[in-house]
Structures are given as structure tokens and as C-alpha cells.
Write a protein that binds this ligand. Structure first.
Ligand SMILES: CC(C)(COP(=O)(O)OP(=O)(O)OC[C@H]1O[C@@H](n2cnc3c(N)ncnc32)[C@H](O)[C@@H]1OP(=O)(O)O)[C@@H](O)C(=O)NCCC(=O)NCCS
Length: 428
């Protein structure tokens, strides 16, 4: 027998059988619940979408209570150990791990799109020397829509695929361009002999040497960090990507909006905020006082807590292990000791335990990025690069889902009722 939810409306005494599918009822099924036939019908009220599924998705699965994260069914731990970012991006975008031949072709395809148009360089040159790289990143991605007007053709599967390739291939170059603009170094051309992350490091850090050789441990660490950040189902930026994309705008414009959402300190800006927080705390003896202030509601322990994970974020576990490897090469980040102490206290403290606040992906990633030589304001950009594959996979899924339409939430109007215009001389 089909599962249903029985709702009794005590205003009318009527009963309604609402079908249940996948443990969910369709909000539109509630519209039949009304007192009079001219009413709009029952809606749900769900600020911040705390309990509303807006899509059916095959891309990423999270069990927040158990600390499980799967991309297309594959556990993040296995991907972090055995895969690399380009293979993982293929998996996210096309649903299956590539065969060797498919992977080779994918790498080839990406490599043939790594260069930026010279005019984009000029565009970035227009920014001030102290412009935030994330501001440069998101505007440059948006500007790409003017370089590729063919991207408007979102109904064409071949065109959509080309934009996926272009975006995955070009975001490291845009990030590197923004970084080199700030520090006043010339833009480096991509070296397609290198891996995706190796080439990114090359475009960032190459000086006058004829060939840049990335340190293999740092190259791999960045690759693992990219895998961990590649997708995370319907978070704020991904929901923005889907929302903006649902208007059928080109993917560069939609991705600029998604990157803007990621820029916020409660989302992708959190790893930067963790470092600011650690620097502000300053020394071990200030930690108890800081924790006291957090518990009094005077601030948050950045890098802790998650809307979905109510246990240890599985990505944070992998990152913590990665940090040890990186610090063997770069030397320990002096802030690490404070981070470990904060974590130790928070994992024992009733305030954090009862609210299920555990370290999230951002708690340690910033320490690694800093040890690798990245300035703090590059951190959200380092998140946006790998998330590009996730955003594009979700965009593709949204566009090819026959149930999706232009996104348009409802509201409960609580403003003034109808009233007549008052002329200026009569207003008080
Ligand atoms: C991620 C985050 C936005 C999720 O927020 P949320 O699901 O809306 O959780 P809420 O804001 O409802 O918080 C629930 C409770 O925990 C507290 N809380 C949540 N995160 C906290 C944190 N990092 N430090 C201290 N208290 C926190 C809230 O004050 C609230 O307490 P209350 O019930 O006494 O009011 C939130 O945990 C946060 O701001 N974390 C810090 C920023 C961060 O690391 N973001 C990166 C996410 S990957």
C-alpha cells in the first residue's frame, strides 16, 4: 500500500491523504488544503530551507549524523586516498569513474582549455593592487560570459559540456592571475605537462626558472583538498548556482553568483575567518577567555559547527592527517598548537557537545593553505576552484531535470495592508 500522511484540518473537519515518497511530502500537495475555494491553499514556511528538499539529486550524499560523505556513491575517504581532482571532477560531472581512455581524453580536453583570453588579463589589471582575490575571481568568471556568448545555448548538451570543460580548466588560471596581480608579478602561462594542481602551483609561484617543479607532497595535498571541496550537495553556493541557473542564464553568470555566495564568512570564507580568529586569540593563555566569550554568544568558534554534520565532518579528519604531511615539508604552522587546543576544549565542553558542534572542513584547511604560502584572502578562491566541478554538475542536473522550473519561493506577507498614497505635505 502506498504510504500517505493523513492531515485533518480542524478549521473544516476535512481529512487529506498526502502521498509520501522518499520520506517526503510534496509541498504542492498541501495546496488542496483550504477553507474556501478562492483561497490560495496551504503553504509551508521554511526560512533558510532548513527542512525543504528543492531537488532530487544523484550527485552527493551526506549523512550528517554519521559523518558520511559520498560522491556518486563513492566514500570521500576512498576518493581522497586513490583518486585525483580531475578524475573526481569527471565522476561528479558525468556520474561514473572514467576508464583509463576516458580519463586520458578528459585530461587532454581540460588541457586544451587552460589558457585565458588576453583581454581577461586586461580586465584583471583594472583592479586595485589590494583588491580581494575572491572579488576578482567572481567578477572574472562572470566576465567570461561575454567571451563565450555560445554559452547562452543552455539547451544544447554539447555546448553545456564545453562550458564545463572551459570552467574547470580556466578557474585555476583566473585564481593565479588574481594572485599575481596582487603581488605584482607577471601572469604565468599554464604548463600542460603538469597535473591540474601542479600546473596551478606553477601559475602561482613560478619565477624565472625555466621549468617549475611542484613539490610532490604539496601538489598531492592540494589535490586531496580539491577532492574534498569538489561538491557538498545543496549548500548555500550550490543552491545559488541552481537558483540562478534556473533562469536559464549562461553558466558563467550563474557561477559568478555561486562564487559570491561562497565568499561569505559563514560559507567558503570560514577558513579565512578561522585564521583571523586564531591570530586574534594570539596565544594559548587567551583560549579559555575566548571560549567563554563564544559561550556567552559574543562570537562563534569559526571552523566549528555545520548545518548538516552533527558529528565530525569526514573531510576534517582527512585534512587533519594531510596537515601533518604538509607541515613536514613546510614546517609547523605556529597557529596549529592553538587550533589543536581549541579543538580539544570544544570536544569536551558541554556547550559544544550538546549542540553537536564539531570541527568542519575549514578548521584545518586554512592552516595548511597558510603553511603552503597562500595569503589568507586566497582561501575562499582555493575553495571555489574545486567547487566549480560540483557547481557545474549540479547545474547540469538541474537543467536536465524535467521537474525543475525557474526557482521562485513564496512568502508570507506581513507588511501594511492596502492603503492610499498620502501627499508629501500631509505626511508626518
Ligand atoms: C555553519 C553554521 C553557519 C551552521 O549554522 P546553523 O546550522 O544555522 O546552526 P545555528 O546557527 O542554528 O546554531 C545552533 C546553536 O549552536 C551555536 N553555534 C553554531 N555554530 C557555532 C559556532 N561555530 N560557535 C559557537 N556556537 C555555535 C548557535 O549559537 C546556536 O546556539 P543556541 O541554540 O544556543 O542559539 C554555524 O555552525 C557557524 O556559524 N559556524 C561557524 C562558521 C563556519 O565554520 N562555517 C563553515 C561551514 S562549512
Amino acid at each position: 500500500m502506498a504510504e500517505t500522511l493523513t492531515i485533518t484540518d480542524n478549521r473544516t473537519g476535512k481529512q487529506y491523504q498526502i502521498p509520501i515518497q522518499d520520506g517526503t511530502i510534496r509541498a504542492a500537495d498541501l495546496r488542496q488544503i483550504r477553507v474556501t475555494s478562492d483561497e490560495f491553499g496551504m503553504m509551508t514556511y521554511d526560512p533558510a530551507f532548513m527542512n525543504t528538499a528543492a531537488c532530487r539529486s544523484k550527485i552527493t550524499f551526506i549523512d550528517g549524523d554519521k559523518g558520511i560523505l559520498l560522491y556518486r556513491g563513492y566514500p570521500i575517504e576512498q576518493l581522497a586516498e586513490h583518486s585525483d581532482y580531475l578524475e573526481t571532477s569527471y565522476l561528479l560531472l558525468f556520474g561514473e569513474l572514467p576508464t583509463e581512455a576516458q580519463l586520458d581524453a578528459w585530461i587532454e580536453e581540460i588541457n586544451s582549455h587552460t589558457m585565458l583570453h588576453e583581454n581577461l588579463k586586461k580586465f584583471v589589471e583594472g583592479f586595485r593592487y589590494d583588491a580581494h582575490p575572491m572579488g576578482m575571481f567572481l567578477s572574472s568568471v562572470g566576465a567570461l560570459s561575454t567571451f563565450y556568448p555560445d554559452a547562452k545555448n543552455i539547451a544544447d548538451a554539447g555546448s553545456r559540456r564545453l562550458q564545463m570543460v572551459r570552467l574547470v580548466a580556466k578557474v585555476p588560471a583566473i585564481a593565479a592571475l588574481a594572485y599575481r596581480h596582487i603581488i605584482g608579478r607577471p601572469y604565468m602561462l599554464p604548463d600542460n605537462e603538469l597535473s591540474y594542481t601542479g600546473n596551478f602551483l606553477n601559475m602561482l609561484f613560478k619565477m624565472a626558472e625555466p621549468r617549475y617543479k611542484p613539490h610532490p607532497v604539496l601538489e598531492r595535498a592540494l589535490d586531496v583538498l580539491f577532492i574534498l571541496h569538489a561538491d557538498h550537495e545543496q549548500n548555500c553556493s550550490t543552491a545559488s548556482m541552481r537558483n540562478i541557473g534556473s533562469s536559464h542564464v549562461d553558466p558563467y553568470s550563474a557561477l559568478a553568483g555561486a562564487a559570491a555566495a561562497l565568499y561569505g564568512p559563514l560559507h567558503g570564507g570560514a577558513n579565512e575567518a578561522v585564521l583571523h580568529m586564531l591570530e586574534e586569540i594570539g596565544s594559548m593563555q587567551n583560549i579559555p577567555g575566548f571560549i567563554k566569550r563564544v559561550k556567552a554568544g559574543e562570537g562563534r568558534l569559526m571552523g566549528f559547527g555545520h548545518r548538516v554534520y552533527k558529528s565530525y565532518d569526514p573531510r576534517a579528519k582527512i585534512i587533519k592527517r594531510m596537515a601533518d604531511l604538509v607541515f613536514e615539508v613546510t614546517g609547523k604552522n605556529p597557529l596549529l598548537e592553538m587550533a589543536l587546543e581549541l579543538e580539544r576544549i570544544a570536544l569536551e565542553d558541554e556547550y559544544f557537545v550538546s549542540r553537536k558542534l564539531y570541527p568542519n572542513v575549514d578548521f584545518y584547511s586554512g592552516l595548511i593553505y597558510q603553511a603552503m604560502g597562500f595569503p589568507l584572502d586566497m582561501f575562499p578562491v582555493l575553495f571555489a576552484i574545486p567547487r566549480t566541478a560540483g557547481w557545474m554538475a549540479q547545474w547540469e542536473e538541474m537543467l536536465t531535470d524535467p521537474e525543475q522550473k525557474i526557482a521562485r519561493p513564496r512568502q508570507i506577507y506581513i507588511g501594511a495592508p492596502h492603503r492610499d498614497y498620502v501627499s508629501r505635505d500631509k505626511r508626518r
